[in-house]
Design a protein. Structure first.
Length: 309
């Protein structure tokens, strides 16, 4: 009986022996897999004031322009009009001699010199401003009612803003706005009026902005108008690069350090945004919390990291 038992045990030991020996290298290999450590930099929250604003284009313009027109048919004898020259109301700009006066004027004077017939008409400026356009020169033949020049009223200088109707609440009752010129100059301005009509294609309303510049500004200059939508004095905010989002930008999260080498994904809800910072509404963060600033892209929900300077 003992010999029979021994004959069964010997093959069993031979079979199970190699199986026990084969399990050890696999477990050792699993234990030897290296853990990926990502170098990152970290940052903390800030409580600096934040504003949420938008910019719109405004174009400089002169609302009032006067046309200087001929009142007779004839030839322009003299002109005092010079482009960009400042003129005042009542100033003589052109003298026009009729075609009839040119042919019979000397005959009349020869018959009676006391008549002092000249046959010339003086064309004067209806208002003050500067001459922005000149259409005729001395010697030209013009018809009655033909435009000779254009006077631009410098007092009518404004900026015209095309405002989308949905943004009207942010401009109504605003007493102070700011214009930013292309060279960086900032000019205070105020709303002088609103045109009572909408552009049917763009659905914008034209707003008249009054400015008082200390130097001449050319017409058709495009400036920026900054309008503040919201202002918060002490928000909790992070740099934009610390906040991650998905492709549809409807989910946001940050990677928060739980210890010196581990970062975990924390979903957040954002508020105001500006050029470089994002307000964090929830969850609440403390000033001691460390948030991954760089190296956070593509990290798993829990990641091993190494903080670098």
């Amino acid at each position: 009986m003992k010999k029979i038992i021994a004959s069964y045990l010997l093959p069993l030991l031979v079979i199970t022996g190699p199986m026990i020996g084969c399990s050890s290298p696999e477990s050792t290999a699993a234990a030897d897999v290296p853990v990926t450590v990502t170098p990152v930099t970290v940052t903390g929250i800030s409580h600096e004031p934040m504003t949420n604003s938008f910019e719109l284009n405004a174009t400089s313009a002169y609302l009032q322009k006067w046309s200087v027109k001929s009142n007779v048919n004839g030839y322009i004898q003299t002109t005092q009009a010079q482009l960009n020259k400042t003129v005042h109301a009542g100033q003589v700009l052109f003298t026009i001699k009729t075609k009839e006066a040119t042919s019979i004027g000397s005959v009349i004077n020869d018959l009676d010199s006391s008549l002092r017939f000249t046959g010339t008409n003086s064309i004067t400026a209806a208002a003050g401003g500067f001459l922005s356009e000149i259409n005729h020169q001395a010697g030209d033949y013009v018809l009655d009612g033909e435009q000779l020049a254009t006077i631009t009223d410098t007092r009518s200088f404004v900026f015209l803003l095309n405002l989308p109707y949905e943004l009207r609440p942010y401009l109504l009752n605003r007493k102070d706005l700011e214009l930013v010129l292309p060279d960086g100059e900032q000019l205070p301005c105020s709303i002088q009026g609103m045109m009572p009509a909408m552009d049917s294609a763009t659905q914008t309303q034209r707003i008249i902005l009054k400015v008082n510049p200390s130097h001449p500004i050319p017409e058709n200059l495009i400036a920026k108008v900054r309008v503040t939508q919201a202002l918060k004095e002490h928000p909790v905010s992070l740099p934009k690069s610390a906040v991650l989002t998905n492709e549809t930008q409807d989910e946001f999260w940050v990677m928060k350090m739980t210890d010196s080498t581990t970062a975990v994904k924390v979903p957040v809800r954002i508020g105001l945004e500006n050029n470089d910072r994002v307000e964090i509404l929830t969850p609440p963060f403390s000033d001691a919390d460390r948030i991954v600033l760089t190296g956070n892209y593509g990290l798993p929900d829990t990641a091993k990291v190494k903080i670098v300077q």
